[in-house]
Write a protein that binds this ligand. Structure first.
Ligand SMILES: [Zn+2]
Length: 268
């Protein structure tokens, strides 16, 4: 469908430039509306990025900052922007602000956080954004459905490139992740807007690729556990991921594997 290849008119974004192994070329902060504005994922706590986002929304009557989740590359700029713009911050927070990951910007002292529940909406002058619970990347991850434009801001549920995102770190995350991919697919969106990388114009195919990749990992773990039922996560790490994992990514690969092992064992 030709319609599927166009972006919502007047959608704006500011790229934060915080490139890294988990952020691709960096975080993309999306802006919806001109007078009543929502900023989706304000980005990392970088002065240059805060200034750029603030300039982009200058003149708005009201600004709300929406967080797909609390990781610092998404939420770090929220306190500074909230103070500068008098904006509210809305997120899910069932897991608190950030998860104490390395590089966490910590709690938000003195900044009131609004709790955003599944199905709640925020109004902009370009239509309503509805928060939908989509856990897996974190236990409290939200996506924002922009129904008028058949678009979904997917945060880190999937990225603009590749076939994998971070799924690990809490019990039940793999099952949650599969359910969240299904949930977003069922929205029938024409475009997905990830917080890292370019827009996705083939939502069904891309969600399918992310699902297939994770299923492949599940199958690998099933086979490894068939062969070595009592193997530890460390022992299985080489079997599943091979020797290609860079040393810096080993802790993440291990945590992701622990989650897969839990998923497989719970289904035996
Ligand atoms: Zn994240």
């Amino acid at each position: 469908m030709s319609q599927g290849l166009s972006l919502p008119p007047d959608l704006r974004w500011v790229d934060a430039g915080n490139a890294g192994p988990f952020t691709l070329e960096g975080t993309r902060s999306y802006i919806v509306g001109r007078r009543r504005v929502a900023v989706i994922d304000p980005g990392p706590a970088r002065a240059s990025h805060v200034t750029a986002v603030a300039a982009e929304v200058a003149g708005a009557e009201s600004v709300v900052l929406l967080l797909t989740h609390g990781h610092s590359d998404h939420a770090g700029a929220a306190p500074a922007l909230a103070m500068r713009l008098g904006a509210r911050i809305l997120g899910a927070w069932s897991n608190g602000y950030d998860e104490g990951e390395p590089g966490s910007s910590g709690p938000l002292p003195g900044i009131p956080l609004g709790v955003f529940g599944d199905g709640e909406g925020v109004d902009t002058d370009m239509g309503e954004l509805t928060a939908l619970s989509a856990p897996g990347h974190t236990c409290d991850h939200l996506v924002f459905h922009w129904r008028d434009q058949r678009a979904v801001f997917v945060g880190d549920l999937l990225l603009g490139v590749g076939e994998t995102t971070w799924v690990g770190g809490y019990s039940g995350c793999v099952a949650d992740y599969f359910a969240s991919l299904d949930r977003v697919e069922n929205l029938g969106a024409g475009v997905l807007l990830p917080a890292h990388g370019p827009p996705v114009f083939d939502p069904e195919a891309r969600l399918g690729r992310y699902r297939a990749h994770r299923r492949e990992r599940v199958t690998q773990v099933e086979r490894a556990l068939d062969a070595h039922p009592d193997a530890s996560a460390d022992e299985l790490l080489l079997t599943v991921y091979g020797e290609s994992v860079p040393e810096g990514l080993l802790p993440a690969a291990r945590a992701s594997l622990v989650a897969l092992i839990e998923y497989v064992k719970a289904r035996r």
